[in-house]
Design a protein around this ligand. Structure first.
Ligand SMILES: Cc1cc2nc3c(=O)[nH]c(=O)nc-3n(C[C@H](O)[C@H](O)[C@H](O)COP(=O)(O)OP(=O)(O)OC[C@H]3O[C@@H](n4cnc5c(N)ncnc54)[C@H](O)[C@@H]3O)c2cc1C
Length: 435
């Protein structure tokens, strides 16, 4: 069967791209090996709990994600807990996510004094700096180490010494480039923000992530589940054949799968390597009185801790509908780039360890009667130094003009909002190629 575009992969990247292309009049089909859309973010329902194995919130408003959700009728509501916590120096320290965090007890006075000098630090590091090197240079060792660890863990389950600042947090690096300082750059951006546009905050879809994915996928022939693609080959007449249970042809193909899978489908025998870090997601649930969790969004583990759980989200606090009445639910993300071995622990061993840790961090025993573990392998993409050069190499081997395009969290941002922004750029490029 012939289409304008075949999208391989029905996670959010593929679904956004397909949706935007359809709205511009192209004939598009999304194929996925799974029966239902959503990719890693496909919701599980278990014993009255709603388990979101990957993305659980969206940062909104966002110039690309807000319109794409609105145009598919995915309603969102603000998350009800805004207070964040960090576990460091043996204490759980709470703060509001705003610039006033600089005055919180997260940092000792000497580190705050050094932080205040940031605008006077000369700009320019060496080449493709790591996130840790970049932030230590700008903010001083103490603040730089803490903030780099929290950013790396919170977004990538990553190691700040092994992430490229430029590839992983381009907006941060751009502040230095544009204004010579993160502080000056942030103030300029705040001033430039159009009046009436609020600061982005965490939002949840009404319903589940799987509901949002189903709405994006649409009905009828636009979505084909249970379709494992085995190869993508040129047909010889300027089109592409997507081979699976049947062969579909199109002038453009979007490979919205992990970079390693995309390159294998194209038959590349010397693929460009894109590292990822495995994570285990552990949910613990139980009656409120046995699971006393604070009001708020969750905590991240500081760099001075030996926790295997990098962060813990207070699901039933910020998203009450994810737990039955009278019950609490937390979601812990364990493993990642620094402790990939943790992901291989048996469910019972891992769960026991997480129960102890969460109790230690919260300062009171927790006694869950519900536990589920989901593992993501190969896991969360890690934008290590050299990532941007690797992207350029993929584009050199497969220039957009040949009609093959790469989408997803493996490339230009791991959050759903990044994936939506990328889908917008890709849709523009494809529409131009087809017309
Ligand atoms: C623990 C965790 C927490 C997260 N939290 C957040 C968050 O709070 N907010 C946020 O914005 N983001 C979050 N993310 C990131 C977010 O979930 C991802 O950005 C997003 O889901 C990635 O979507 P994708 O389409 O790029 O990839 P995927 O979801 O991996 O989709 C790829 C699809 O390709 C299909 N596929 C693979 N091979 C084939 C083949 N041969 N043939 C056919 N189909 C194939 C797969 O079945 C899959 O459906 C989190 C991620 C994790 C792991």
């Amino acid at each position: 069967m012939g289409f304008d575009v075949v999208v391989v992969g029905g996670g959010f990247a593929g679904l956004f791209t397909a949706h935007l292309l359809r709205r511009r009049g192209l004939e598009v089909v999304v194929v996925d090996q799974a029966d239902t859309p959503g990719g890693v973010a496909r919701t599980r329902m278990d014993d009255g709990y709603v388990l979101e194995p990957a993305a659980g919130t969206f940062l909104l408003p966002h110039p690309h994600l807000t319109p794409v959700l609105a145009s598919t009728g995915v309603d969102v509501v603000p998350a009800s807990g805004v207070r964040r916590f960090v576990y460091t120096r043996g204490r759980l320290i709470g703060f509001e996510p705003s610039p006033t965090v600089a005055f919180s007890p997260l940092l000792p006075v000497t580190a705050k004094a050094r932080l205040a000098l940031e605008p006077f630090v000369p700009s320019g590091g060496d080449g493709d700096e790591t996130l840790a090197a970049f932030l230590r240079r700008r903010l001083g060792d103490r603040a730089g180490e803490l903030i780099a660890a929290l950013a790396a863990r919170g977004v990538f389950a990553g190691d700040p010494d092994r992430l490229s600042a430029e590839a992983a947090f381009p907006a941060l690096v751009a502040l230095e480039r544009e204004a010579g300082s993160l502080t000056r750059g942030a103030v300029r951006r705040l001033r430039r923000r159009p009046k009436g546009v609020p600061r982005p905050t965490s939002h949840l879809p009404v319903g589940t992530m799987a509901d949002a994915a189903r709405r994006l996928a649409g009905s009828g022939d636009a979505w084909r589940g249970g379709f494992t693609v085995s190869a993508v080959r040129p047909t010889g007449d300027g089109r592409w054949a997507v081979e699976g249970p049947e062969t579909l042809t199109a002038s453009q193909v979007v490979l919205a799968v992990a970079p390693a899978v995309a390159q294998a489908l194209l038959g590349d025998s010397d693929p460009v390597p894109f590292p990822a870090a495995p994570v285990a997601v552990v949910w613990l649930g139980g009656p409120n009185e046995r699971m006393p969790i604070p009001q708020g969004f969750g905590y991240l583990a500081g760099p001075d801790t030996d926790l295997v759980g990098l962060g813990c989200l207070f699901e039933s606090s910020y998203a009450p509908a994810r737990a039955p009445d009278g019950r609490s639910l937390v979601k812990v993300i364990a493993g990642g780039a620094s402790r990939p071995d943790v992901v291989d622990l048996d469910d019972d061993v891992l769960t026991g360890r997480i129960v102890d840790e969460v109790g230690r961090v919260l300062g009171s025993d927790i006694q869950p009667d519900f536990a589920v573990v989901v593992r993501h392998r190969p896991g969360i993409p890690q934008y290590e130094p050299g990532h941007l050069a690797r992207l350029a190499e993929v584009e050199r081997r497969w220039p957009p003009a040949v009609g093959v395009h790469f989408a997803g969290w493996g490339y230009r941002g791991v959050g759903v909002a990044h994936v939506a922004a990328d889908a917008g750029r890709l849709a523009d490029r494809i529409v131009e190629a087809v017309r």
